[in-house]
Design a protein around this ligand. Sequence first.
Ligand SMILES: Nc1ncnc2c1ncn2[C@@H]1O[C@H](COP(=O)(O)OP(=O)(O)OP(=O)(O)O)[C@@H](O)[C@H]1O
Ligand SMILES: [Mg+2]
Length: 259
Amino acid sequence: MLLLMTFCCYGLQVLFDKQRRVNEEAVEFAQRQQQLQSAGRLAAEIAHQLKNPLGIINNAAFTLQRTVKEGKTITQQIRIIREEVERSDRIITELMGYARLVEGRVEKLDIAEELEQAILRVFPPAVKYEVKVHRDYSPALPPLLMQRMHLSEAFVNLLQNAREAMNGLGNIFVSARMGGNYSVVISIADDGPGIPREKVAQIFEPYFTTKEKGTGLGLAIVKHNTELYGGTVQVESELGKGTRFILQFPAKTVMKLRK
Ligand SMILES: Nc1ncnc2c1ncn2[C@@H]1O[C@H](COP(=O)(O)OP(=O)(O)OP(=O)(O)O)[C@@H](O)[C@H]1O
Ligand SMILES: [Mg+2]
């Protein structure tokens, strides 16, 4: 009888624990969703407001360019205005895409699956890149509670940077494993040219770029998306040897967004 009662109590305890975990997870889902929506709405509004004046400036410059035939310096100045408007427009378009937070929802993400999707996006099999991607995923990694776009944008930006740095030729090493304190450590490394020491401190700054057509937003987005979930980004780089970006996510956290 005593044994039966002990079994019953144990069974009930397990059931209660399970229900408690389900409830906790539901609360965390809802909380993250709400925080993301307010951040997304603000970004979308700002981006939208900036698009209008840019359009007006661009139109005015276009008309000026057509009416002012004489005066080389003037047309040159107008060309600069138009180029810079175009550049700002690209940045805003990117921000607007980013502001699609409003539509997204928090999901349980399988890290290895997300890494594979990102690799496919950056290295579509139809394009024959001379890049070998080496994988090393620990089995049974916990899922991450995030918006899919946040995680995939971070992975895609890091892989794209690696591909661009190596000029499409070299090795990329992608790994995911458990770290201390119930965290997940994801590393994306390349054996490209590396980053000069004096530039390393700047690479996460928005708009810092060494590329002719770069917006310089890629790594700022990686950092933002990671820190949003209480994670960290680190970089190790050596000239001539390569670069490694390390993302560390707490496997269970509450987002670091202001309410
Ligand atoms: N894997 C890498 N190897 C070498 N340099 C890198 C690597 N990743 C980033 N960088 C350097 O950091 C700079 C900033 O990167 P970031 O992704 O923020 O912008 P970008 O790549 O220049 O522009 P965009 O992401 O809009 O294409 C790059 O211009 C490049 O100089
Ligand atoms: Mg980039």
